[in-house]
Write a protein that binds this ligand. Structure first.
Ligand code: F6P
Length: 359
């Protein structure tokens, strides 16, 4: 049996732990494992696939990133191809991928990725490739799994940043607005903001009113709390408004969300007279060592994916449905993007202790 692994989309701490667990589980069954490099580039004739043996995965469980490398511009069904005039057209190169996989003797692929990569996995499955999915994203926005690896590490990184901002904000009587990742999901902002005791948390699931945000800051000021910390998800937007985006994205890449923190800080300063600063935490959230929780979850996912191959659960994705790792159809996970539920106890807890959501 020869299987292959692919990591696609934005990286997330824990990818290497999945790779290690999948490779060791497969080798221990007597299987052979290939690593498809840079998303699916290794199957598009752009670079070779790499053999993954015990030595290749030694000492990587605690490392961030992915030894296979990744891309969010490599959808084989819409592959961007540069034209002689410098423009790009998107081509369906999935037949080429299938053919290359066949010629390498690949019998099944474990695709480790977020919603974009899982959608590609589903389409390859429909084309006849034997696919198993492993959900990955720091955004925690994949349905059907309680959480994804990478999320806990990103939240920890954000908490550490908010703790540091607290001391400088307090010294200067300032408002500091910190923007975290998450695309259209507010999980990183909500969890880090609550754990690190932010004063206001703005998430895409609750469009904000800047007057309400300023009201909260003025009230704190009156109560002798002359500083405030606002944690904003990059996809948050004002009532009746739109999410902020950051310039052009490259061919084949999704729209880049972000830039809302700077706008909010400017409005707060204008409306309250309080000196305000903003910060985009950015890719720090995607880097570094996975937390113990993420390492363990990633390891469990990697081994479960190989069990799913052995059980021929094609088109299925491993998922955490505590306390168990289960498999569910990838198509089911793709039905809707997971979002923060407004009546979830994490939201209720934040409200109960006085955190504002700008509504
Ligand atoms: O989906 C993961 C994520 O980190 C999002 O939170 C963020 O909007 C996006 O990827 C950033 O992508 P890039 O690495 O292309 O800037």
């Amino acid at each position: 049996m020869r299987i292959a692994l692919s990591t696609g989309g934005g990286d997330a701490p824990g990818l290497n732990a999945v790779i290690r667990a999948a490779v060791l589980s497969a080798i221990n069954r007597g299987w052979d494992v290939l690593g498809i490099t840079r998303g699916y580039a290794g199957l598009m004739g752009e670079e070779p696939c790499i053999p993954l043996d015990r030595k290749a995965v030694r000492g990587i469980a605690h490392l961030g990133g992915t030894i296979l490398r990744t891309t969010n511009r490599g959808n084989p069904f819409n592959y961007p191809e540069k034209q002689p005039d410098g423009s790009f057209v998107e081509k369906d190169r999935s037949d080429e991928l299938m053919e290359n996989a066949r010629s390498l003797g690949i019998e099944a692929i474990i695709s480790i990725g977020g919603d974009g990569s899982l959608a590609i996995a589903q389409k390859l499955h429909e084309k006849g490739m034997k696919m198993i999915g492993v959900p990955k994203t720091i955004d925690n926005d994949v349905s059907g799994t309680i959480t994804t690896f990478g999320f806990d590490t990103a939240v920890d990184t954000a908490i550490e940043a908010i703790d540091k901002l607290h001391t400088t904000a307090e010294s200067h009587d300032r408002v500091i607005v910190m923007e975290v990742m998450g695309r259209q999901a507010g999980f990183i902002a909500l969890h880090s903001g609550l754990a690190a005791t932010a004063d206001v948390i703005l998430i895409p699931e609750i469009p904000y009113d800047i007057n309400s945000v300023c009201e909260r800051i003025r009230a704190r000021d009156k109560a002798g709390r002359h500083f405030s910390i606002v944690v904003v998800a990059e996809g948050a937007f004002p009532k009746g408004g739109e999410e902020s985006t950051m310039g052009e994205s490259l061919p084949g890449q999704a729209r880049r969300v972000g830039g809302v923190a700077e706008k909010i800080a400017k409005q707060i300063q204008e409306m309250t007279g309080k000196e305000s600063r903003s910060l985009i935490l950015g890719h720090l959230q995607r880097g570094g060592q996975p937390t113990g929780y993420d390492r363990l979850l990633a390891t469990r996912f990697g081994a479960a994916a190989v069990r799913a191959v052995a059980d021929k659960k094609w088109g299925q994705m491993v998922a955490l449905q505590s306390p168990h790792i289960v498999t569910i159809p990838i198509a089911e996970a793709l039905r809707e993007t997971k979002r923060v539920e407004l009546n979830h106890d994490v939201v209720l807890t934040a409200r109960a202790i006085g955190i504002g959501f700008g509504d």
